[in-house]
Design a protein around this ligand. Sequence first.
Ligand code: HEM
Length: 143
Amino acid sequence: MNLRYDHTVKDKKNITGYFYLINVFFLILTGFGQMPIFNRYYIADIPGLGWLGEFYVTHYMHYLFVIMFLSFITYIITDYLLSKPKSIKITSSGYSRGVIISGIVITGGLLVIRNLRGSGFEPGFIIFLDLSHLGLVIMLMVS
Ligand code: HEM
């Protein structure tokens, strides 16, 4: 494999790695921002962090970072399927993180539908979705 190709692969890995970390960081921040945490523990009182206490600000920012996250996942999967030779090797922890992220996307998608008028989800199912989304997020954070 020539040096130039090596460099390109390395650069791409670095850029996608940083993009993934920053995207997930803001998804976690805006996700927890939808829970009454940042007001309760006065974090929203810190100058410059007032927006963390605004439900609708963190809610729509969560959606914005979700769109970026879903586009990123689509790019990574497409790049992997099309790249010859395979530019990345998937490890067992990669597979388990893939399963966790799939669960986050499915529960998140259903929560988006829940927020639509007339979704008609049962209260018990909504609690299950909320706790599953949160539980999977915590699993992703520790994985
Ligand atoms: C790594 C990715 C993600 C992280 C870390 C994350 C984190 C969170 C957290 C911590 C909450 C608050 C849970 C609660 O209120 O109990 C939340 C809520 C939510 N998330 Fe995510 N999320 C992620 C991806 C997604 C995706 C992909 C979607 C949509 C496809 C999504 C849609 C939602 C919705 C609709 C809510 C509920 C907001 C409400 O209270 O109405 N999330 N997220």
